[in-house]
Design a protein around this ligand. Structure first.
Ligand code: NAD
Length: 345
């Protein structure tokens, strides 16, 4: 089967592409190579996939690629993914995540695609309180950040294309991923970078926010399983079932690096910060037999070790991310001082 993988140079898309190549596929990869994309993530499978640098919001460019490649399936990871950036620049999230997804859906329809696997997120469900039941696929969507609102909008278009035109779509909603190659604007690699250098580690609020961390290779395997055996028109949650408070995740990293918790500094909470995400994964487990293989204790140890060995990459990317975070903070301060947001500034 000829598959297009969008966002293949990103964190999860590259893990999926490496897995697909190992499984004998030669995917056609599309990626805009934004700040988050990096072809180094695909070095291990170089020469075994096809690549087009393209922005999925560029319909004309996608039309050329689809006409040339004539794909049968699409696995769609490409997205703007960082919540903090979405607070600063919501419009760019609409462009990539909503318009980009709609472009792919239309092209999929025109080309008679047999499977369209859309990668969403558990963040579309909103947040849970401490004792509340885990998210199930039938929950309504209550996104709280511009990022999750853009992903929820994309999910709605995916659903509409199935209901209106009969496009064979399947949606996957993963929980927070971690592992090698994640861009260090995200919590785990950012904390590792700072801890290696013995710098202060900012923790939002009291660090009590809860996430279920999923090792990226487990996520890639779940996506492959859904591509192979998932049912059309269905949605599947994927997650690890291991709920962790952010402060426990940070403590585990510090322990592994032999650093003390005095490095932690508390910073004001992120606006609209969801308290808890936890997904019920019984549907994918029952229907496909998939289960996460890597327990958090093992996954975090492998992750910390990987970044220690790859510290040049980590520090280079973290410096880029830090420059942007400086701008972000300045805008938050402007907002707090009553000047308001100016998204076009
Ligand atoms: N990382 C997580 O914890 C997590 C959890 C749940 C869901 N997801 C979803 O999984 C998918 C992949 O996430 P990730 O963590 O690998 O993201 P990432 O930010 O690491 O990678 C995104 C990739 O998409 C590319 N991209 C961005 N905008 C594009 C555009 N307009 N056109 C073409 N390419 C574009 C980037 O260059 C990058 O290579 C996303 O859809 C995300 O919403 C991620």
């Amino acid at each position: 089967m000829k598959i297009i993988v969008t966002g293949a140079a990103g964190f999860i898309g590259s893990a999926f592409t490496r897995l697909a190549v190992q499984g004998g596929l030669a995917p056609v990869c599309i990626d805009a190579l934004s700040y988050a994309g990096d072809m180094e993530r695909l070095e291990a499978v170089k020469g075994k996939f096809f690549f087009h640098q393209a922005d999925i919001s560029d319909r004309a460019r996608l039309t050329e690629i689809f006409s040339a490649e004539k794909p049968q399936a699409i696995v769609h990871f490409a997205a703007e993914t960082h919540v903090d950036r979405s607070i600063l620049e919501p419009a760019s999230f609409i462009k990539a995540n909503v318009i980009g997804t709609e472009n792919l859906l239309e092209l999929a329809l025109q080309h008679g695609i047999e499977k369209f696997i859309h990668i969403s997120t558990d963040e579309v469900y909103g947040e849970l309180s401490a004792g509340e039941e885990k998210f199930r696929e039938a929950n309504c969507l209550l996104p709280n950040s511009p990022y999750s609102a853009s992903k929820a909008s994309a999910d709605m278009f995916v659903r509409a294309f199935m209901k209106t035109y009969g496009l064979p779509v399947t949606t996957i909603r993963p929980s927070n991923n971690y592992g090698p190659w994640q861009y260090p604007e995200k919590l785990i690699p950012l904390v590792i970078a700072k801890a290696i250098r013995g710098e202060n580690i900012p923790m939002y609020g009291k660090g009590e926010n809860i996430r279920t961390w999923l090792f990226v290779e487990d996520c890639a395997e779940a996506v492959m399983r859904v591509l192979e055996t998932g049912r059309q028109g269905e949605t599947y949650n994927i997650g690890s079932n291991e709920e962790k408070m952010n402060r426990d995740v940070i403590a585990a990293i510090l322990r592994l690096l032999g650093k003390g918790e005095e490095l932690i500094t508390f910073v004001p909470d992120r606006p609209g910060h969801d308290f808890r995400y936890a997904v019920d994964t019984s549907k994918i487990e029952k229907e496909t037999g998939w289960r996460p293989r890597v327990r958090f204790d093992e996954g975090i140890e492998r992750t910390v070790e990987w970044y220690r060995m790859k510290s040049d990459w980590l520090f280079k990317k973290e410096a880029e991310a830090r420059a942007f975070t400086g701008q972000l903070r300045k805008r938050f301060e402007e907002m707090k001082s009553g000047k308001g947001f100016n998204f076009s500034a």
